[in-house]
Design a protein around this ligand. Structure first.
Ligand SMILES: C[S@@+](CC[C@H](N)C(=O)[O-])C[C@H]1O[C@@H](n2cnc3c(N)ncnc32)[C@H](O)[C@@H]1O
Length: 353
């Protein structure tokens, strides 16, 4: 589930630490992670930092329970760097850093992150978001010569995160991924990751993603992609109609061409397998309970308004029925539960034969 802005924790950092592995990429890669060379473009679609903060605790709670986490640890170990080498990770559409805050403690050890987003305001928000999360000490990480060559808007300075068991240099880069995906330093990365991105993108863009991962033999971890399931308890007779209209809205162009919405993970899985990757998917559903606490109610209320608003954009004639649904759902907040279906996908390049 994504939510536009009008601009015109949950689970503690995990106990699973990933050891070093000896893979071909670790031996071949450069010692630092370069940046993309393509200049950024203006942002056509915006997400507010407030919305990203609201969902972060639920995103983190949804990602891999203990058994899933052990399986993920094994997969990441297979993708990771040789002993003593830093992880080199690219985070696509990073927002204010939620994906890094979940993943970096689980990778552990030295890390170099290139985090990209087309929205400079979200990139600028990173220090504040990191401070609120209390993950560790954050300090300026020095200038980045490659970034200094970029076109305006001026890229923010690098950051350095130190926390127990991890040490990460973070380079933030403004970049329009609709155009700049291929310009990223795929060959240098062990892992390319994203969270809450796939429903925004088109089949064509996913084909390019699979091609880039295949030709560079890079592992992918694409988390928290909506899969179209919304289960409200108690049910309302209009829930299914809202879900249908909302699904149609999710297919609109979000800057990457006609969006695949809930079908994105399936499409990517097929393309990655065709490119030779080994692919695993598992559920990472949000589970909201209005009787639990105020944060659940805030997120559920935002979901209700967001879904009703999007549905009205698709079918203005349904407005009275949608507003009535919205009123009934908001009135029932404290007594409602909502499960929002998400999928995580992990892909590893083929083993060398
Ligand atoms: C739902 S948010 C997810 C943010 C973050 N990954 C998280 O989990 O909190 C989607 C992100 O995609 C970014 N985005 C949308 N279109 C983009 C584009 N064309 N290029 C780069 N980033 C884009 C938005 O700015 C936003 O940060």
């Amino acid at each position: 589930m994504t939510q536009r802005s009008d601009r015109r924790s949950d689970r503690r950092p995990g106990s699973v630490k990933l050891g070093a592995a000896d893979n071909a990429k670790a031996r071949a890669g450069p010692s630092t992670l370069p940046t993309a060379t393509q200049p950024p473009a203006p942002a056509p679609e915006g997400f507010s930092a407030g919305w990203l903060q609201l969902r972060e605790a639920f995103d983190h709670r949804a990602r891999a329970g203990d058994a899933g986490l052990r399986a993920l640890a094994g997969l990441l170990r297979a993708a990771g760097p040789a002993a003593g080498e830093p992880w080199r990770v690219i985070d696509l559409a990073c927002g204010t850093g939620s994906n890094l805050r979940w993943l970096a403690p689980r990778l552990g050890g030295p890390q170099q992150w290139l985090v990209v987003d087309h929205d400079p305001a979200l990139l600028a928000h990173w220090p504040q978001a990191m401070a609120s999360a209390g993950l560790g000490a954050l300090r300026p990480g020095g200038s980045n010569p490659a970034l200094a060559r970029s076109q305006p808007p001026t890229p923010p300075p690098a950051l350095h995160l130190s926390a127990p068991g991890l040490d990460a240099r973070i380079v933030r880069q403004p970049l329009d991924l609709a155009r700049g995906l291929d310009a990223l330093p795929w060959q240098a990365a062990h892992l390319v990751t994203a969270s809450a991105l796939l429903d925004l993108v088109s089949a064509d863009w996913l084909d390019r993603l699979a091609h880039a991962a295949g030709s560079s033999r890079t592992a992918l971890l694409m988390a928290l992609s909506v899969d179209g399931r919304h289960r409200w308890t108690p049910a309302d007779p209009f829930d299914d109609s809202v879900a249908r209209l909302f699904a149609r809205h999710q297919h609109r162009d979000k800057g990457f061409g006609p969006a695949l919405g809930a079908q994105a993970t399936h499409h990517l899985r097929v393309r990655l397998r065709a490119a030779g990757h080994r692919v695993w998917t598992w559920r990472s559903d949000w589970q909201l309970d209005g009787g639990r606490d105020a944060a659940d109610r805030r997120l559920m209320a935002a979901m209700i308004d967001g879904m009703a608003g999007a549905a009205q954009e698709v079918d203005a004639s349904a407005r009275p029925a949608l507003q009535a649904w919205q009123g009934r759902r908001q009135a029932l907040l404290g007594a409602s539960r909502l499960r929002v279906g998400h999928l995580d996908l992990m892909a590893l390049p083929p083993e060398r034969g």
